[in-house]
Design a protein around this ligand. Structure first.
Ligand code: ZN
Length: 142
């Protein structure tokens, strides 16, 4: 019986890997031999475990991807907020300096500064927009 079982077990492995088909003869032996039945059940258990393992990877991959995308969005928002804050701080510093100079009696210089800043600010804004769009493009590529 031992040799016979070895023959069936090797056939069961072939069936397990899809290289052979389950025949009535093998089925009959499995149903009547507890040893081969156990062997066949163990093989199927391994397949189930492998199936679970295969399914787990894409799900985890999607989860990781989603987390990375979320981090990207948060980073972009943070960058936009930071550049806005730095712009507000910069403009309020310029305003504060203007007010301070006006209080110190440099009215004429203030007028001159205001005129020049009105002329220069569109150019500066254009420059800032250019830098920002370049940064965002770079970020989009990576
Ligand atoms: Zn057997």
């Amino acid at each position: 019986m031992g040799n016979n079982c070895d023959k069936y077990k090797s056939k069961l492995i072939d069936i397990f890997y899809g290289e052979d088909k389950m025949t009535e003869e093998i089925k009959c032996h499995i149903n009547n031999c507890s040893q081969c039945m156990k062997y066949w059940e163990e093989l199927n258990q391994v397949r189930e475990e492998l199936d679970i393992f295969d399914e787990d990877i894409p799900i985890e991959y999607e989860k990781v991807n989603a987390v990375f995308k979320q981090v990207d969005v948060i980073n972009n928002k943070r960058k936009n907020i930071l550049s806005l804050i730095s712009f507000i701080i910069l403009s309020s510093i310029i305003l504060a300096i203007g007010v301070l100079l006006a209080l110190m009696g440099y009215g004429r210089e203030i007028l001159l500064l205001q005129t020049t800043s009105y002329l220069i600010s569109p150019i500066i804004m254009l420059f800032i927009i250019k830098i920002r769009s370049r940064k965002e493009n770079y970020h989009g590529r990576t």
